[in-house]
Ligand binder design. Structure first.
Ligand SMILES: *Cc1c(COP(=O)(O)O)cnc(C)c1O
Length: 395
């Protein structure tokens, strides 16, 4: 099916399994175990000589539908669904790396990913070097004989820097390593990292794949050989996606393409408007010609995505943080929450929330200033969103 149809069609039609009842919308299998005809069939299923479900920690038909649909959208041979985005990153590392292995990661990855690498996996013997996302020479220089994985997110959070996936893949492969891309911000609707040379795609399905802020989930995708140990970790360690959540995601994916186009159209309009406002010092959005990697974004992503970040100009006597907080507290419509990918627009102050556990020096080095505000643009009308930010219009 995958080569024959467009992404929109795959999003609606791929990965559906139907029962004898002929339901037209995907069924939700809320059961932990599966019955066998007899003892011999049980033995064959456990022995792997007969395919089929055994227990929902391993496989579940609704979770299989989620995996097959997302694999079709990313152009991946296999997808392993996980309980959350963090569980996907953990399963990826546990499946692919061993103690003594080295990972080169972008310093601009999701804050909790840095915590997982630097605080937890380090205790188990994983070595991690953080480098600037857009500095390919730094990635190459950081690679060592024991480097197993390059790990990046593009666009990055919160500054929306764009990393060159093809160049990162080339550098990873030259170092004998795999490239994993966290594709949470773009989703396959806007960017397909495997087609650009990446080996592994990671998702927090919690964000745009759900699209309405309901449930947590994640996924790891790649070829069958790479996914075998990832799945092996999952079925043993139990970081499995719940069937209910898989069902929510399957329904969410049907509208992924039109939602991402709508998020991106609104985000671009907001970014262009922000650039005109007297109280805005700088706007970060990959769809703006002023973005440092605009040309790369134009070629690598279908659209700019839904995340816009900007610096608020403090009024006289106001600190950078006060200026950012004043704007956030003046909103009446936009939700003050760190989640993203929801139909409801959300507003965050990265320095004191998502990036508060990062040291002030590391934040400064990464360009995350105290006047920086991130908006994950939802699906409300653009004029209502602009009105909610009108504080920025008054010099
Ligand atoms: C949210 C997020 C994660 C973690 O996902 P959870 O589902 O919250 O565990 C990982 N990467 C990125 C880019 C994210 O935005």
């Amino acid at each position: 099916m995958n080569d024959e149809y467009h992404l929109e069609t795959l999003a609606v039609r791929a990965g559906t399994l139907t029962t004898e009842f002929g339901e037209n919308s995907e069924a939700l299998f809320l059961n932990s175990s599966f019955r066998f005809k007899n003892a011999a069939q049980a033995a064959a299923r456990f022995g792997g000589t007969e395919p089929g479900n055994i227990y929902s920690r391993f496989t579940n038909p609704t979770v299989t539908m989620f995996q097959d649909k997302l694999a079709a959208l990313e152009g991946a041979e296999q997808c392993v669904a996980t309980a959350s985005g963090m569980a996907a990153i953990l399963a990826c590392i546990m499946g692919i790396c061993s103690a003594g292995d080295h990972v080169v990661a972008s310093r601009s990855v999701f804050g909790t990913t840095v915590q997982l690498f630097s605080n937890i996996l380090k205790r188990w013997g994983l070595e991690v070097t953080l480098v600037p996302l857009t500095d390919i020479a730094a990635w190459k220089a950081a690679a060592k004989p024991n480097t197993k994985l390059f790990f990046a997110e593009t666009p990055s959070n919160p500054l929306t820097e764009v990393g060159d996936i093809a160049k990162l893949a080339e550098a990873a492969h030259a170092a004998g390593a795999y490239l994993a891309i966290d594709n949470c911000f773009c989703t396959p609707a806007l960017q397909q990292p495997l087609k650009l040379g990446a080996d592994i795609v990671i998702h927090s399905a919690t964000k745009y794949i759900d699209g309405q802020g309901r449930v947590l989930g994640g996924a790891v995708l790649g070829n069958k050989t790479l996914m075998e140990p990832v799945y092996g970790f999952l079925r043993t360690a139990g970081v499995t996606m719940s069937a209910f959540n898989a069902w929510v995601f399957v329904k969410g994916m049907e509208t992924l393409q039109i939602r991402m186009e709508a998020h991106a159209a609104r985000a671009l309009a907001i970014a262009q408007w922000l650039e005109q406002q007297p109280r805005v010092a700088r706007v970060h959005y990959p769809g703006l010609p002023s973005h440092p990697q605009y040309a790369l974004a134009q070629q690598q992503q279908r659209l700019g995505g839904g995340i816009v970040t900007f610096e608020v100009k403090p009024r006289a006597g106001q600190s950078e943080q006060e200026a950012a907080w004043e704007l956030i507290d003046a909103t009446r419509l936009i939700s003050i929450t760190a989640n993203l990918g929801d139909a409801k627009s959300t507003i965050t102050h990265p320095a004191t929330t998502t990036h508060s556990r990062v040291t002030a020096e590391a934040r400064a080095e990464a360009g995350i200033r105290d006047n920086l505000v991130r908006i994950a643009v939802g699906l409300e009308h653009v004029e209502d969103l602009k009105n909610d930010l009108q504080l920025l219009s008054k010099a």
